[in-house]
Structures are given as structure tokens and as C-alpha cells.
Ligand binder design. Sequence first.
Ligand SMILES: Cc1cc2nc3c(=O)[nH]c(=O)nc-3n(C[C@H](O)[C@H](O)[C@H](O)COP(=O)(O)OP(=O)(O)OC[C@H]3O[C@@H](n4cnc5c(N)ncnc54)[C@H](O)[C@@H]3O)c2cc1C
Length: 383
Amino acid sequence: MQDVIVVGAGPAGSTAAKYTSEAGLNTLIIEKDNLPRDKTCAGAVSSQALKSLDYDIPKHLVKRQCFGARVRYGGHVLESRSERQVASMVSRKEFDNYLTSKAVDSGSALFQNTRVKSVDVKRDFVEVNTTAGVFKSKALIGADGVSSVCARCVRPRFKSDEIAFSLAAEIPVSGEYVDENILDIVEFHFDKVKKGYGWIFPKDKYLSVGIGGINAVKTSKPLKSYNDFISGLGFDYVKPRGHFLPIGGIKRRICNNRVLLAGDAAGFVDAFLGEGISYAIISGKLAAETLIDAYQKNNFSESLLYNYQDRCDYEFGDNLKYSYMLSRIFYRYPDVFAKMLATNEPMLYRFIHLVTGGSGYASFIKWLLPRMPYYTAKNFIPL
Ligand SMILES: Cc1cc2nc3c(=O)[nH]c(=O)nc-3n(C[C@H](O)[C@H](O)[C@H](O)COP(=O)(O)OP(=O)(O)OC[C@H]3O[C@@H](n4cnc5c(N)ncnc54)[C@H](O)[C@@H]3O)c2cc1C
């Protein structure tokens, strides 16, 4: 019998496993793929995410450091830079593998190529049924992503309007091309997909390019949006990979007796930008700390584990809630908001600090609200 089973070796699972094994808990990570595994992602790790790790990422994992953003909307282009780093660009295959190696170095056991089929919560333990047999543990952290199997014993499946869809590809280009055209900024196109955006993020010798949005599957044709976006940029066609993301900021249950959900499995993704790595790392850590406390008290009941829900709410609940609120308004009226962002430098500067995680959505909205009448008038009436 394990003390803890962690399902999924993404940022949430690896972070959780590192902390539980460091605390002396006998921890097993179960991962369906062979590591290092591919992960469909734009690979922008925010400064907030890096700060949440209690170790540094080796330099060779960072393909580029970004210090600004360029926004495009309906012919308008605006660029702004920050004195602070906005994000580090990584390959998720390498980044996630490094995080998992930290968990293994701390004493976690790793079962790869083993898919969890179902989880049964018994009175005194959790039974995890996998393609490699049955495992038992006192408690379980479900960090198995947006289509979480573990979540089935905690909450209903995400409804279709609670998930976003994204298509992403890696476009090979020369390092010189990146230096000349993008260099060290992230680029957002707010007129390429309904209720979402297209992005170009620079890496060393390739660009991460894609489109994504809330309700993108229902309200638009994502493949057509992607194809139009790529051909408009003049790149050769690269077949994209699609992936769902949960929309964060919606109140959901994230724990039950002996089971905690972390990262995408818990629905912790910023609804406006689609950023999820930092929330995966933070929630993985909080889930581990909650279980360490549960071990000390020998109490794995829902009432004690509910502390985890409170701590997640306290740490980032408001940020996810306000990002959800902003995404609903912004993407409903792109002609007002996206245009404003692509034409007002002070607003873009504030936006950059949302990307860094340096300032939250509440302060962005608070800053924007009193300026709305002026910016709106400026958009429609040449002043
Ligand atoms: C196209 C796209 C672009 C994105 N770009 C960014 C970005 O630039 N920056 C950012 O911060 N966020 C981005 N995100 C969001 C980010 O990828 C996720 O929020 C983040 O990966 C969540 O981490 P996680 O550990 O919760 O889940 P994941 O990274 O999804 O890891 C879950 C792990 O569980 C494993 N697993 C799944 N099911 C099972 C099972 N049944 N049994 C065993 N193992 C299982 C999976 O193989 C995987 O390794 C993007 C998402 C998409 C789709």
C-alpha cells in the first residue's frame, strides 16, 4: 500500500509528488505515456510559474526569454515592453520531464506507460485500476489533466461550455528569422478566432503558433481559423494538434474523501489567456501540503481535505474568477476591448503584467473601469 498515488506526470502531478516524497510519504506517480512525452502547449511559462517552483530551471531548457507583447486587431498593431520578464519559452516535453525528474530525485516512484482506468474510493484506502494492475494508497492526487479519470469520483464531467479548444503547431524557422521578426516578445492576434486569439510565441529555432478560445468548437470552425491564420502569416502548412482546456473561474468541487484534484483536472486554467502551468504548480504544492497534514492527523476525510479547496480559493480563486469575467466581456465585444488593447499603450502595458502574473485580473479590471468611457470614445470618435 502506497501513502500517496499521484496520477499524471504534468506540472501539477510532478510538483505534488516532489513535496509528498520530500515529507517522507511513500509516493507513486502513475503516467499513461512514456516520458519524455509530447504535450500540446504554447510553452510560455510565466514568471509567476517559475517563482512558484522552489528550484531554478536549467538555462538550456529556456528557448527564449520574452519581455513584451505585440497585439494585433483589425489592422491595428501595438507593441509594449516591460522591464520585467514576461515569460520563459520552453518545450513542454523537456520542461515536464525535468519537473518529473525532480520528483523522482526526491524519492517518488514512477510508473510510466500505465494508464489509470478507474479509481474506487474505499473506506480505508483508494483502489486505482490501471493497465498494469491494481494499486492501493491511503490517498490520491488526481493530476491527470482536462479529461481526468480521477475527477469522476469528485465532480461531474466538464460541460461543453466549461471547456475551451485550441489548435497549436510548431513552425520550424531559422534563429535569424525569430530574431528579426519576433525576437523576445509574445504576439497575440485578437481577430483570428471567435471568442479567443491566435498567438505566435518565439522559441530558439521554431515558433509556437496556434489559435484557441472559449467555446471555439461550438461557435467557430477552429481548423479553418487555424488554416487562415497560418496562410495569412505566410508560413508553410504544419498540421496542428488539438487539445481541450478547462475554463477556470467556475466554482467546482476539487476534493472528496481521500482524493484531491490539481491542475487542469481541477479546472485551474485562466479563462482569458489559457495560462495553466502556474496554477498546476501552485495547486500541486497545496494538494501535497494538505495531504501531509492529513497524514499527521491520520484523517483523510472530506471535511479535512476541504482545507485544500479553501487554500486554492485564497491563493488564486479570485484571479481565476476575474479572468473568467473579463473573458466573457472582452470576447463578446472585441470591437471595443480588443481594439482598445491594440491602440492604447497604457492598457497594453497593464495587460503584459497579466501575462507575467505580476498583477492580477482584479487590479487590471479596477484600473480599466474608470478609463473605459474615455478609451471607448477615443476608439469611435477621433479626438
Ligand atoms: C494548445 C495549448 C496551449 C497552451 N499554452 C499554455 C502556455 O503557453 N502557458 C501556460 O501556462 N499554459 C498553457 N496551456 C495550459 C497548460 O498546458 C495546462 O494548464 C497544464 O499543462 C496543466 O498541467 P497539469 O499537470 O494539470 O496537466 P497536464 O500537463 O495535462 O498533465 C497531465 C498528465 O496526466 C497524464 N494522464 C492523463 N490521463 C491519464 C490517465 N488516465 N492515467 C495516467 N496518466 C494520465 C497525461 O499523459 C499527462 O502527462 C496550454 C494548453 C493548450 C491546450
